[in-house]
Structures are given as structure tokens and as C-alpha cells.
Design a binder for this molecule. Structure first.
Ligand code: PEP
Ligand code: MG
Length: 873
């Protein structure tokens, strides 16, 4: 019994934590009786021991030897036996797919003797020596960090692709010298040592720079480690009846049914994924090798049926015999995710709950991306493969470092990409390559990141050294702007105008049923999400237009109406008057009286748009100086007036007020409820405006449901004081409906004392922006650029806590507040209205924490609805 090694015959797909995704699926295919070359998986446990101690577990290599004997028996070949040499591949494969980010070594088992044996038994000396050449290069690069270019130079100088066996023998001799020069030792001739060293190199590659960058981008934890798959080699480069390919059981770009993929005759597996040579479509295999095509199609059907999902497959044909080298539930575009989930329901393979599990709010967000305006697109410069959908406009850069350093939006343009381009792909708004198909590195990685990508644009002549991109006589240079459409594959010169997504238009205009398969699938899954969700979705809206849009997007209320947005623009002089009034009661009351009718009209519009649904109006929150001109601007104006000997007039008064109100830490200063308690009549004016607006709506036959929310409360007495005043004001307004009064919970003290605060509040709404700011002590306006990059690098967090709720810390405050608040008032309504309310990854937490609703910007409402449903299924 092995601790660290599992034969493909023993595992299954549920063991992905231990065997990695690739290993678990190889075992599953083996179990299903599909033709998988014999092999075994070294577990992630073994890798974790290596990562922790710097050495493999002592028993590992003995277990590997045991399992190798099993592979030898099944293949009837032996490692190192010149008469019947067994060759092996050693591949990485973690729990989560990290395409091309870790290492692989192929053709292990070749040495000076077995290469001759391979030449004899295969009858193909050229193939044998070419395999040996590949091994020395891959092994040298992966295990000993010898730069690939050192080998490439020799290979190119010798004539590259067209070499015969003798020439390849010469290349091998030169490669061995390179190996010796770089490592100070001979290329290892003992196959078991090759296996041993390759396994350790794959373990190490878990922590390669590019793997770490990829994990950070994809929020994959750093401590999982990779499994290692050791498998008997089969060869796709043994002549015209051999080849290698990648296939999907449905189109991963659109979701359309039918086998789809790329095939490369007479080539080894890595050639397809690297996108180095251009492939032929999978259908071409039907003519090239009909029997293999049929068998492949049958295997694909079996896999779809078994996994009940889109599968992608890597296969190799060696001299007319099909081998399945890998499968997994395939990555897909967001469009395809929705279409496939709906199709699988129609086909009876999954139910609607499962369909909802198969899509995500992040994918829906992607569909709400803008696209190019077809009325305004010029003639395309060229067309490539539509590899990852979306519209991107940016300046051309030809190398990854320049993309990563750019401050303006850029399009990364490469002949082909490799894993070292990852930082550039992350930084760029779009990716364009001249070579490779939909399964090339560029395509797979860009799709995973939701980055628009066009690849395989063969009409483009890309010359990174000259900094030019030439197409049909047009020459573009570094810095020129281009527009790429990852949905159609088109590439345009210049800046093409972008228009909102069709889905957004459909949802935003509530246009009824659609024939578009993507939109129809989204509608169907959103409807199911609404049926099952417990968590309501409200919107943050400050205008009647936003409220109406939110309602069309099926928000069931306004969870936050920020009244400060109503104090800007033309109304600034009125606010200035209020501020300048200072202690002058009459002047202040006059200023407030002028504001009252304006606020009443603001609220009436929003209450009408949300008739019958709750509208939570927050009393004024920001520090008053935000409504005055900036200190330096005012000082300059006053100084100029004084220099000219003219009267600075009102500016001098404003300057004095700005100086009086100046605070070192305004976010912790005179704002929120403190303003309400310090500026007499301010909150009373707002409350009166709300009550009067509601009374007028009722008189007009409406059903207004205003609620009043007090910001920045830290102590129950603050709230009690505002409440007393508010209730007295409302009582004086004839015809006003009952108006609930509640508070934001955004100061940590309020979360800790929520039980007391709930005695004075009918509802809570978590202001997670401020709660995060004050809980972490991070200034929300300053920190992201200042040091979050370093924090992400160090793994202090994997996403900004201002984007996705910090469940452990800030989440704990939320849970405490929900528990204590409900204990003191069982019918307390609890929501959240910080940015996190529309973050797909945070919605599930709010559901789990028992909140009644989230509130987010109108455009995020469909995303939150979907996630609220997904939290239940
Ligand atoms: C919050 O703090 O989360 C909140 C919603 O209020 P604001 O962003 O207006 O401070
Ligand atoms: Mg706040």
C-alpha cells in the first residue's frame, strides 16, 4: 500500500485534492475503460512535504519504483532496457488548472543506449534521435534552468525541422555539451535518476515566479502544492498516421453542441498547447483517420454523459492508435457557460438548481461588458481567431514588461504568448497574437481572466524588434491605438467606439423574451435564482432615473439613497449659505427653508419610481467642507483679489469657513450622525422633506415606503437623540405614512454594541466600506495604490478587502452585530449597502450571515440576484 503514489487504476475524480485535477480525471477515464496510457500519480501531500522540508518524503522514491514496475509490466517495456525501452512523461497537475504555469518533462528514459534501441524497435532512427534531443533540452531547462535559447541556437544553426537522423545525432552531441557547460556534470544516463530529478523539478515549479503570479491573479491558495503524473509516453510525431490534438465536447466559446477542436498531424502534444504551429480543425481528422475520429467521438460522448458537462480532452494518435491523455470539465466563455447550463437542463442531464451552480455572478458581470458599436466600426485591419470575447481598445505594446509598466490601457501584441507573458496579459486590456488557435496558451489564459483576446491573426506581420505590426501594407507602431474584438476576431486600426452589451440593454430596458440563446439562458437562470433566493436585492440609487433602472433590473427596493449627491451643482450656494450661517439662527433657518422644497422634490421622484417598495434614505453623511471650494483654490482667489486691491467678498468668508472646518482626518471627523447633532435643524429639514414627499405621494394615490437611515452611529445615545427629533418632525406632517428609522452599522463600536443600538433601530444596514476602513484601519481613499500591491504579494490577503468582504475579521463584526441585534429585536431587518453588496464573492457570505438583503449599484443588481440564488442551491 502506497502513501504518496496512486496508480491510475485506483483513483477517481473525487480525489482531486490529493491527485490534482489531471490525475483524478486520468484515473476516472481509466475506470471508464477509455484508452489511457498506464501510469500513476504522486500526491499533493508529497509535494507539500517537499515544499515544507525541501526534501521529498523518504518513502516516495521506493513507492515510485514499485509503481514503475507495474507500468513496465502493462506496457511490456522496461525503463533503461535498450531492447524494449519504456519512455515516460512527468507532468504537473494541481487541484486547480494552471495552464502552462508549472513544468513537464517528456521522453524520460532515453539515454545513449536506449536511443539506439528505440531507433531499432520503431524502425525510425530520426524519431528516436529527435526524441532524445527534446529530452535533453526539456530536462536541461526544467531541472537545471538552462536557458531554452542555448539549445534553440544550436538547433536553428543545424537546420531545425528538416534534420535527418545523423544530423540529429550531431545536435544531441552538441546539446550534451551545452548541458555539461551549464551544469558541470554529464547528462544523467540513469533513467531512474531522470525520473527522480524530474519529479522534484515539478514540485519546485509550484513556486516558480509565473505560477505564483497566476495563483495571485486567480485567487488560488499558495499552500496546495501540485500532484505529479507519471505516464507511459505515446508519440504523435511518428509520421502521417500520428498526431495530437485538443477537443471540446461543445464549443467553449458559444456553447454550441458538437465536437470542436484543433488537430496537429505528426506532432507532439506540447506543440498544440504552445500554439507554435497552426493546427487544422478537428473535423479534418474525419478524413485523415476515420476510425480514430469515430472512436474519439464515442469517447467524447461517453465523457459528456459521465461528467454531465462540457469536457475538454487532449489526445494523441500513435500510428493509427488513439490514446486519451487528459480530460477535464472544460473552461468556457461566460456566454457558453449560460448556454450550456440551459442546454444540459433541456437535455435532462441536470436540473435547474445544478444549472445555477454551473454559472456565476462573475461570468454574468462579464456578459454585461460593453462591445463595439457596429455602426461605427471601420474596415478591419485583419481577422484572427475569436479567442476570448469582449471589446478592448488600447495602445500597442510588443512585450510583456512594457505592458506591465504601462499607465494607459494597452493591447499586448505577440507572435505567440508563453507563460512568461502572464504579467503583461494581466496588465493589458486585450491580447492579440499572430499564431495559435483557440486552445493556444494566449487563448486559454485570456479566457480564464476574462480578457478579450484575438489570436492566430496570420495576416499580421508582427515584428517586436522593429516595434511594428504590418497588415496588408498598413504599418502600425508601438503606442498606436488599435481595437480588438474578441467576440468576432476582428482587429481595427484606431479607437472604435464601444457600446453597452446586448444583455445589459435587454435587462436594463426590460424588453421581454429574447431569441438570443445567451440572453434567453440568462433570463431563465435569473428567474430560477429569484425563485429560490432568500436574500433580497436592493439598489443604491440617488435619482429617480437610477431608481427606475434598478426596478427594471428587478431590485426590490432602494437600500441606500445618499442624500449628499443632492447637495451639489446648482445647490452649492444654498449649502454654502448654511455653512456660513454659523451661529446665526435666523440665517441658518432661512438656508434650510430654501433647501426643504428641493429635497422634498428629490425624494418624491424616487418614492414614485419605487412605489410600493422600501426606499432607505440616508441622512447627510460627509463632512461639510466637502461642499466648499478647495483650500488652495480659495486661498489663491483671495490672494489675487488682495494683490489687485479688489474686495475678495464672499471668498474671504468661505476661506475662513474652510479654515474653521479643516480636519486632519476628515473621515474620522465631523461627519455622519455627528453633523446631525451639531448643525441644528439639518437632519430635521431632511426628515421633514421625506415626510412631506411621502405624504404628497400618498395623496396622489401612491404607496410610498420611505425609511430613514442614520449614518456613522457608534453609540445608542447618538441614535436616540436623532430619533427623538425625527419622530417629533414626522408627527407634525399631516398624512405622512409610518416611517421606519434605522441605522448604518459602519463603526466597529456599533457592531460590538449592536444589541443596545437595536433598541433604537428598526433596521441595520452594514456600511462595509467604512466598516472595512475603520476595522482594518485602512484609509479607503489612499491605501489601494500605496501598499496593497505589496500586501497581495505577501499573501496578507488575496483580494482587496474593499472589494471582497474580509470574512474572518470584518465578517466577524457583521456576525456579532446580526446576532446581538436580532437578540434584542427579533424582527430587526438587516442589510448591507457598501460596495461589497454587489461583489459576487461576498454575496454568499451575506446570505450565510443571515442578512435580509444586499444593496448595490443598479448595474450589479442582476449579478447579486444570481448569486443570492446560488447561495441557496
Ligand atoms: C459604507 O460606508 O459602506 C457606505 C455605504 O457608506 P459610504 O460609502 O457612503 O460611506
Ligand atoms: Mg459609510
Amino acid at each position: 500500500m502506497s502513501t504518496y503514489v496512486h496508480d491510475f487504476l485506483d483513483g477517481n475524480r473525487d480525489a482531486a485534492d490529493l491527485l490534482g485535477g489531471k490525475g483524478a480525471n486520468l484515473a476516472e477515464m481509466t475506470r471508464l475503460g477509455l484508452p489511457v496510457p498506464p501510469g500513476f500519480t504522486i500526491t499533493t501531500d508529497a509535494c507539500r512535504v517537499y515544499l515544507k522540508t525541501g526534501a521529498a518524503p523518504v518513502e516516495l522514491m521506493r513507492e515510485v519504483e514499485d509503481h514503475l514496475r507495474g507500468v513496465e509490466a502493462r506496457m511490456d517495456r522496461r525503463l533503461g532496457d535498450p531492447g524494449h525501452p519504456l519512455l515516460l512523461s512527468v507532468r504537473s497537475g494541481g487541484r486547480f488548472s494552471m495552464p502552462g504555469m508549472m513544468d513537464t518533462v517528456l521522453d524520460i528514459g532515453l539515454n545513449d543506449r536506449t536511443v539506439e534501441g528505440l531507433a531499432t524497435i520503431s524502425g525510425d532512427a530520426r524519431f528516436a534521435w529527435d526524441s532524445y534531443r527534446r529530452l535533453i533540452q526539456m530536462f536541461g531547462h526544467t531541472v537545471f534552468d538552462i536557458p531554452g535559447a542555448a539549445f534553440d541556437e544550436v538547433f536553428t544553426a543545424a537546420g531545425a525541422e528538416d534534420l535527418d537522423a545523423d544530423a540529429l545525432r550531431g545536435v544531441v552531441a552538441a546539446y550534451k555539451e551545452i548541458f555539461h557547460r551549464h551544469t558541470g556534470r554529464e547528462f544523467p544516463q540513469a533513467p531512474h535518476e531522470q525520473v527522480h530529478l524530474a519529479v522534484l523539478a515539478v514540485f519546485r515549479s509550484w513556486n516558480s515566479e509565473r505560477a505564483r503570479v497566476y495563483r495571485r491573479q486567480e485567487h488560488i491558495p499558495d499552500d496546495l502544492g501540485t500532484a505529479v503524473n507519471v505516464m507511459a509516453m505515446v508519440f504523435g510525431n511518428r509520421g502521417p498516421d500520428s498526431g495530437t490534438g485538443v477537443a471540446f465536447t461543445r464549443d467553449p466559446a458559444t456553447g454550441r453542441r458538437g465536437a470542436y477542436g484543433d488537430y496537429l498531424p505528426n506532432a507532439q502534444g506540447e506543440d498544440v498547447v504552445a500554439g507554435v504551429r497552426n493546427t487544422v480543425p478537428l473535423e479534418a481528422l474525419k478524413d485523415l483517420q476515420p476510425a480514430c475520429y469515430e472512436q474519439l467521438a464515442a469517447n467524447m460522448d461517453a465523457l459528456e454523459e459521465h461528467y454531465r458537462d462540457l469536457c475538454d480532452i487532449e489526445f494523441t494518435i500513435e500510428r493509427g492508435r488513439l490514446w486519451m491523455l487528459q480530460t477535464r470539465v472544460g473552461k468556457r466563455t461566460p456566454e457558453a457557460a449560460f448556454v450550456i447550463a440551459a442546454q444540459l437542463c433541456d437535455e435532462g442531464l441536470i436540473d435547474l438548481d445544478e444549472a445555477l451552480r454551473r454559472v456565476s455572478g462573475a461570468q454574468l458581470a462579464h456578459l454585461m461588458f460593453p462591445a463595439f458599436d457596429p455602426a461605427a466600426t471601420p474596415e478591419p485591419l485583419a481577422t484572427g481567431v475569436a479567442a476570448s470575447p469582449g471589446a478592448a481598445v488600447g495602445a500597442i505594446v510588443f512585450d510583456s514588461a512594457a505592458a506591465a509598466a504601462a499607465t494607459e490601457p494597452v493591447i499586448l501584441v505577440r507572435r505567440e504568448t508563453n507563460p512568461d507573458d502572464l504579467p503583461g496579459m494581466i496588465a493589458a486590456v486585450g491580447v492579440l497574437t499572430g499564431r495559435g488557435g483557440k486552445t493556444s496558451h494566449a487563448a486559454v489564459v485570456a479566457r480564464g481572466m476574462g480578457r478579450p483576446c484575438v489570436c492566430g491573426a496570420e495576416d499580421l506581420d508582427i515584428d517586436p524588434d522593429a516595434g511594428t505590426l504590418t497588415a496588408h501594407g498598413t504599418v502600425l507602431h508601438t503606442g498606436d491605438v488599435i481595437s480588438i474584438d474578441g467576440t468576432t476576431g476582428e482587429i481595427y486600426p484606431g479607437r472604435v467606439p464601444v457600446r453597452p452589451s446586448a444583455l445589459m440593454r435587454h435587462l436594463g430596458e426590460a424588453t421581454g423574451e429574447s431569441d438570443d440563446p445567451v440572453i434567453a439562458a440568462v433570463d431563465r437562470l435569473l428567474a430560477h435564482a429569484d425563485r429560490v433566493a432568500r436574500l433580497g436585492v436592493h439598489a443604491n440609487a440617488d435619482t429617480p432615473e437610477d431608481a427606475a433602472l434598478a426596478r427594471r433590473l428587478r431590485a426590490t427596493g432602494v437600500g441606500l439613497c445618499r442624500t449628499e449627491h443632492m447637495f451639489l451643482g446648482e445647490r452649492r450656494p444654498l449649502i454654502e449659505r448654511l455653512i456660513l450661517a454659523g451661529d446665526d439662527d435666523a440665517e441658518r433657518e432661512a438656508a434650510l427653508a430654501a433647501l426643504l422644497p428641493l429635497q422634498r422634490a428629490d425624494f418624491a421622484g424616487i418614492l414614485a419610481a419605487m412605489d410600493g417598495l422600501p426606499v432607505t434614505i440616508r441622512l447627510l453623511d460627509p463632512p461639510l467642507h466637502e461642499f466648499l471650494p478647495a483650500l488652495d483654490e480659495l486661498s489663491a482667489r483671495v490672494a489675487r483679489a488682495e494683490a489687485l486691491g479688489t474686495d475678495p467678498g464672499r471668498d474671504a468668508l468661505l476661506l475662513a469657513a474652510v479654515r474653521r472646518l479643516h480636519e486632519q482626518n476628515p473621515m474620522l471627523g465631523l461627519r455622519g450622525v455627528r453633523l446631525g447633532l451639531v448643525v441644528p435643524g439639518l437632519y430635521a429639514m431632511q426628515v421633514e422633506a421625506i415626510a412631506r414627499a411621502a405624504a404628497a405621494c400618498r395623496r396622489a394615490g401612491g404607496d410610498p415606503r420611505p425609511e430613514i437611515m442614520v449614518p456613522l452611529v457608534g453609540d445608542v445615545r447618538e441614535l436616540a437623540a436623532v430619533r427623538r427629533e425625527a419622530e417629533a418632525v414626522i408627527a407634525r406632517v399631516e398624512g405622512a405614512p409610518a416611517i421606519l428609522l434605522g441605522t448604518m452599522i459602519e463603526v466597529p463600536r456599533a457592531a460590538l454594541l449592536a444589541g443596545e443600538i437595536a433598541e433604537q433601530a428598526r433596521f441595520f444596514s452594514f456600511g462595509t466600506n467604512d466598516l472595512t476602513q475603520m476595522g482594518w484601519g485602512f484609509s479607503r481613499d489612499d491605501v489601494e495604490g500605496a501598499f496593497f500591491g505589496r500586501y497581495l504579494e505577501l499573501g496578507v490577503f488575496t483580494t482587496s478587502p474593499f472589494e471582497t468582504i474580509d470574512e474572518r475579521g470584518i465578517g466577524r463584526l457583521i456576525r456579532i452585530a446580526v446576532d446581538e441585534g436580532r437578540r434584542s429585536r427579533p424582527d430587526l431587518v438587516v442589510g448591507v449597502c457598501g460596495e461589497h453588496g454587489g461583489d459576487p464573492a461576498s454575496v454568499r457570505f451575506f446570505h450565510d450571515a443571515g442578512l435580509d438583503h444586499v444593496s448595490c449599484s443598479p448595474y450589479r443588481v442582476p449579478i447579486a440576484r444570481l448569486e443570492a440564488g446560488r447561495a441557496v442551491v
